[in-house]
Ligand binder design. Structure first.
Ligand SMILES: Nc1ncnc2c1ncn2[C@@H]1O[C@H](COP(=O)(O)OP(=O)(O)O)[C@@H](O)[C@H]1O
Ligand SMILES: [Mg+2]
Length: 325
């Protein structure tokens, strides 16, 4: 073990290039620079988040730090060990939890799955069964522990994934989109469990593309866009980044993309985002001009039927939209 490291995780100018070939006859080699020099440090006991849209480079970063992928350049350290050289030392001490359905055996029970992984990770037999019972308890699966995994709900499978990731009693846990594909109730349970792990003193690095999740869970967030960190701070500091802007929220029917383009072209508009809720459309417009800009918006959108228009406090999501724009 290296001298007591100061930080649980250190990423120093991490970079990763993928080379892939396309086409059968005339091979075209494509080079994708997925991670373009990322640096950050995670304290012991911290829950640190990598937040970014799909394709930003979150999974690639996590894979490099968990030794599943070699960095093209730069260095990564976990518990003082080097991700490129000390693969076994790192794997023994970390837990890796990916979202999704794979990586469990459906024909056997949850407890049998955990026994298998405990043996795989070399958990001493004397400790094994007690640890499994404790983990099943921790993730709330005790009463279904001895039934087949194929009958588990999506949320139960994800909780079993988490128990599996903790089987070697790791100090540092990596979670890649841990709530992806879960229904709101199961996602809430999962977040509560993640908080419980931090309370127990674990260090966690997680990725998410949900702003509210990063806001709720993380002490610090690195916002990643296009392979680079564009901001790194606490959720409240990131929100200050948008303190000078107001958000005007419009609820309407019958808006077209061209209406949004017209808004985006206004000099006083820094960002426009829209979502559909059934027939109803919600448009969020960022502007430094506050409520005095409302009449302009009403005029620009006169083609559509506006149900409601109001100013809102900017959220972490607005900061994020401004950052990754
Ligand atoms: N195995 C691969 N080969 C080629 N390109 C890849 C591969 N994996 C990911 N990429 C590309 O690298 C970029 C970052 O991907 P990824 O790290 O999965 O992002 P995220 O997890 O933030 O969605 C994307 O442009 C993606 O298409
Ligand atoms: Mg990903």
């Amino acid at each position: 073990m290296p001298e007591k490291p100061e930080k649980a995780i250190v990423a120093r100018d991490l970079r990763r290039i993928y080379r892939s070939s396309k086409g059968v006859f005339r091979k075209k080699h494509e080079i994708v620079e997925a991670v373009k020099g990322i640096s950050f440090e995670v304290e012991f006991g911290e829950l640190f988040g990598l937040l970014g849209p799909n394709g930003a480079g979150k999974t690639t970063t996590i894979k490099m730090l968990t030794t599943l992928l070699t960095p093209t350049s730069g260095t990564g350290k976990v518990l003082g060990f080097d991700v490129a050289k000390d693969v076994i030392d790192i794997r023994r001490r970390i837990g890796i939890i990916f979202g999704g359905e794979r990586g469990l055996y459906y024909r056997v029970s949850g407890r049998e799955n955990l026994r298998y992984f405990a043996d795989l990770y070399g958990v001493p037999v004397s400790k094994r069964d007690k640890r499994i019972t404790d983990l099943l308890d921790l993730v709330g699966l005790s009463d279904r522990a001895d039934t087949k995994v194929e009958g588990y709900s999506r949320g139960m499978k994800q909780r079993l994934h988490i128990a599996k990731g903790l089987i070697n009693d790791p100090d540092v846990i990596f979670m890649d989109e841990p709530t992806i594909g879960l229904d709101p109730e199961a996602a809430r349970e999962t977040r509560a469990m993640i908080k419980g792990l931090v309370d127990k003193g674990k260090t966690i690095l997680l990725t998410t593309h949900y702003m509210f999740e990063a806001d709720e869970l993380c002490s610090r967030i690195a916002v990643i866009s296009n392979g680079k960190i564009v901001a790194l701070d606490s959720p409240s500091e990131l929100k200050k980044f948008v303190k000078d802007i107001t958000v005007i929220e419009v609820e309407a029917f019958g808006l077209a993309n061209t209406d949004l383009d017209v808004l985006r072209r206004q000099a006083d508009v820094t960002n426009v985002s829209a979502e559909l809720e059934g027939e109803r459309q919600i448009v969020r417009i960022q502007t430094p001009r506050g409520s005095e800009f409302i009449p302009t918006v009403t005029k620009l959108l006169s083609r559509a039927k506006i149900v409601d228009i109001r100013t809102k406090e900017p959220t972490l999501e607005d900061a994020y939209l401004k950052l990754v724009a």
